[in-house]
Design a protein around this ligand. Sequence first.
Ligand code: COI
Length: 357
Amino acid sequence: MELRVLPVDPSQKKPIPKDDSKLGFGRVFSDHMFQMEYSTDKGWHNARIEPYHPLTLDPACTVLHYGQEAFEGLKAYRGAKDGIFLFRHRENLRRMNASCRRLVMPEIDLDFVSDALKKLVLLDRDWIPHSPGCALYIRPNIIGVDPFLGVKPAENFIFYILVGPVGAYYPEGFNPVSIWVSDRYVRAVRGGIGEAKTGGNYAASLLAQKEAKQKGFSQVLWLDAIHRKYIEEVGTMNIFFMFDDEVATSPLDGSILPGITRDSVIQILRKWGVPVVERKFSIEEVISAQKSGALKEVFGTGTAAIISPVATIHYQGQNYTVADGKTGPLSKRLYDFLLDIQYGKKPDPFGWVERIG
Ligand code: COI
């Protein structure tokens, strides 16, 4: 398939934000986007990079009623010698295809989309922030667009990629966040769509998220939907607990998002010789470890959140403080290491980082 590039008229270029400290997350988008369409007779076609634009959708279309969609989140970094770097971006595209299979949507061609994504990032490279911790967020999205109200998989889809400069996901930045354990709502159950990156999982989280915010917490920590006791994940990140010298995170058993930062952290810890296990553990185990002093650190991992230390866990009316409410040494070491390799500042022993410009 041919990829057309239709650059924006210079007179229509948008102002690039100057103050990286005010970027926040996900509010600003660059001058261009990638888009292509799918139909059962033509497959994916009409691939182009063109000026950022609103989509025109039939009000009856599948995604607007039945949520048939999947998305990804990844970043391009401006680093050493003004180089532009991607981090494990093919893993995101692979995961997108896994989400597409679960949501009965056509898969994308990894090589083609990887190439289009790089061209888009380089075309809008002036939008990539210069400050450490800031990056160009890349949001691929696939939506079902059949104008039909019957419940069935769509036959027509739009795939597009948006990019925009971002700072820290949480207003706290790299400072520790507080999380609220939901024992009333659940996010996902095995056999459902919890392991797919699809809007429905985030829609399911909104009410709990709103209640957590009202109580002064940044995020919700989800427990498993059946026993309501095993730790699953946090709103926008996977989560790790350090019990004495061992780090534990929940296994990928069907209801948890298989995070790429999660996988990277596991591999980094193994390389460092820090014991790390994927196992089921309950909120009671966490609370009793906190009480005995065995709970050393808690941190979340995610593309948007990077490494996010947790200072407070709220469960059933009680606040439990972790690491004296500070950023623990392991969280800090992981954060520094990840950023150093993502920004091309230190050698990447894993071969995860690709310089594209
Ligand atoms: C990411 O970490 O990139 C995500 O997709 C989380 C998000 C929903 C903001």
